[in-house]
Every structure is written in structure tokens, then in C-alpha cells.
Design a protein around this ligand. Structure first.
Ligand SMILES: [Zn+2]
Ligand SMILES: [Zn+2]
Length: 186
């Protein structure tokens, strides 16, 4: 399965590099970074000061017919969907597109202290989580599973960093058995 990461207005090159390196170690197939000219201004809510993730995904759908595989947008700005105060990301169930925001994954957002390892770990978990939805997984009750839903960042930290055996079986049944080489590095 091809996996395309599309950084959108993503300024931190070293973070992007680190994320791609980590993700590349998990997937068997090549992970590619692509450029997508999504219309972010159209997704911005002036009232909320945030970007509407569903709108960004709708825009990405129009731009990615040429890509055969999963396409994940990676952004630094804060995302929302109307019923929630914020979201870490959004994905199409059994679809091609997803989006993850790193805005609220920075430890300094909470404690004021930088923790790069924690930040990258959280980002990888959320990428695998949204991608899991793309591959047909719904939320999992197991705290050991990356598909456990996270209302807050502390719940991202508690949950496991990969798919649990039950979710792996579903992935396998959905044709993604050979997509992964390894668990995320500790
Ligand atoms: Zn989810
Ligand atoms: Zn699971």
C-alpha cells in the first residue's frame, strides 16, 4: 500500500523529517512526501480561529485522483469539526484521505516544557490511528491499541502505539496484512 504524506503549511522541516523517518520504519512500502495545494483559507473559521478538517479532506479529494494509495495531510494549525471543540485528526472510514494536526501534540502546549520524543510518539500514534480508519478500523476498546479514541492528549499517552491483535486481524482481513514491517520504535 502506498502511503503519501502531504504536509500543508508545515514549517518545521526537522519534525517532518523525523515523522517520515519513523513512519517509513513501520511500513513495507515506500512512504512519500507530496505537495498538495489545498485551499486552507476556505476551511478557516474566523469565529473559532481553527480550520474545518472535513472541508480540508473534501478539498484534498479533488486534488489526489492521481495518487494510488492513502493520503494523509499533516498540519500544524488547530482543527475542528462543528460538534467538537477541537480534533487531533479526521479520516474517511475505508477511504483514501485523512488529516492529523500536531497543534495539540506539543508538550509545551500543556506543561510549557518541550519534549520532542513525546511529541513524535504522539504524532506517530495519531497518524496510525487515522490511517487505521482509512483501512477500515473503528475505535477499539483496548487501551493497548492505537485505535482507542482519545479525547485529550493524556489519553494518547496512555494508549498503545500500534494496532492490537484484534485490529490487526481486521486489517489482515481487509487486505493490509503485508503493509507493515515493524512496530513503531520505542
Ligand atoms: Zn478515531
Ligand atoms: Zn484494537
Amino acid at each position: 500500500m502506498n502511503f503519501f504524506i502531504a504536509p500543508v503549511e508545515f514549517s518545521n522541516v526537522s519534525v517532518l523529517h523525523s515523522i517520515v523517518k519513523n513512519i517509513s520504519g513501520i511500513f513495507k512500502d515506500k512512504v512519500s512526501v507530496i505537495s498538495l495545494p489545498v485551499n486552507t483559507a476556505a476551511a478557516f473559521s474566523r469565529d473559532r480561529g481553527q480550520y474545518f478538517s472535513t472541508q480540508l479532506i473534501a478539498d484534498a479529494i479533488k486534488l489526489t485522483s492521481g495518487y494510488d494509495g492513502k493520503v494523509l495531510m499533516l498540519v500544524e494549525f488547530d482543527l475542528f469539526v462543528p460538534v467538537f471543540t477541537y480534533v487531533f485528526g479526521e479520516a474517511q472510514l475505508n477511504g483514501k484521505h485523512s488529516i492529523v494536526s500536531v497543534c495539540r501534540l506539543h508538550e509545551e502546549f500543556y506543561s510549557g516544557k518541550t519534549n520532542d520524543k513525546l511529541f513524535i510518539d504522539r504524532t506517530i500514534k495519531e497518524i496510525l490511528h487515522e490511517l487505521g480508519h482509512n483501512m477500515g478500523l473503528i475505535h477499539c476498546r483496548s487501551w493497548d491499541c492505537v485505535m482507542h479514541s482519545s479525547q485529550g492528549v493524556e489519553e494518547i499517552d496512555i494508549k498503545g502505539q500500534f494496532y492490537c491483535p484484534d485490529c490487526m486481524e481486521i486489517l489482515s482481513n481487509n487486505g493490509f496484512k503485508d503493509s507493515f514491517v515493524a512496530l513503531p520504535a520505542d
